[in-house]
Write a protein that binds this ligand. Structure first.
Ligand code: 13P
Length: 248
């Protein structure tokens, strides 16, 4: 299982029912033996989760939620979705700690509670971390990542269901990706921080402006087990291209 490569399609607040028509080629690709190690997971907006689950029935493509509430059950929280509800729908994963939610006010403590709630409901967590441009310029990337990891994973005992997504905030939606050396360095730092918490080797994924052009380079970065793809994942042609170029 160590050879799995994750391809995460984070659709953010995009997509409509008609988007599902474009997924047939991807489903066909996922069935080919050549791509058996490709772990493809879609994160549509909440409104489309059920349709995606129906679409991917009898395939090995999974579906997840883009966030969840820290209370794991039902509750009087207008506009929120709990990990229990995601699980009941058939989701296997949830993205937590995405910088777009951190920027909107989510704290490390909130994220930690959400991670606990997701793990309690047997969801796998894609835990996002990453420094802002300001933090990078101040050369405090390491301490930011360390804080995010230590606070986000506080009191976690079982690391089996956690994947780390390193997404430098300055790279999301900008078309700018880190230099190879910088990315390798930060991934190795993340591994070191995590190794102090658990002996379990958490998969580290990269996200931020991944597309079908830069993937040929990104796939060679040491220590990365997959990619979170935002805007390029909304085009199934580009997303297929990313998978094909990674596994060739
Ligand atoms: P982009 O690929 O659009 O930069 O988004 C990345 C991202 O936020 C994935 O979670």
């Amino acid at each position: 299982m160590t050879n799995n490569i994750y391809f995460i399609a984070n659709w953010k607040m995009y997509g409509s029912a008609s988007s599902l028509n474009y997924l047939n080629k991807l489903i066909n690709l996922s069935k080919l033996k050549k791509y058996r190690n490709a772990k493809i997971i879609y994160f549509p907006p909440f409104t489309l989760i059920q349709s995606f689950i129906n679409k991917f029935k009898n395939t090995k493509i999974h579906v997840g939620g883009q966030n969840c509430h820290h209370i794991e059950d039902y509750g009087s929280f207008t506009g929120s979705i709990s990990s229990k509800m995601l699980k009941e729908l058939g989701c296997k994963y949830v993205i937590l700690g995405h910088s777009e939610n951190r920027i909107a006010g989510e704290t490390d403590e909130d994220i930690n509670k959400k991670i606990h709630s997701a793990l309690n409901k047997n969801l796998k967590v894609i835990f996002c971390i990453g420094e802002t441009l300001k933090e990078k310029r101040k050369k405090i990337t390491f301490s930011v990542l360390k804080r995010q990891i230590n606070k986000g994973l506080k009191s976690i005992k079982n690391f089996n269901n956690i994947l780390i997504a390193y997404e430098p905030v300055w790279s999301i939606g900008t078309g700018v990706i880190p230099k190879d050396k910088e990315l390798e360095f930060n991934v190795s730092k993340i591994k070191r921080i995590i190794s102090k918490k658990t002996r379990y080797k958490l998969p580290i994924l990269y996200g931020g402006s991944v597309n079908n052009k830069n993937i040929s380079n990104l796939k060679n970065i040491m220590g990365i087990k997959g990619f979170l793809v935002g805007s390029a994942s909304q085009s199934s042609k580009k997303f297929i291209d990313i998978i094909k170029k990674t596994i060739n």
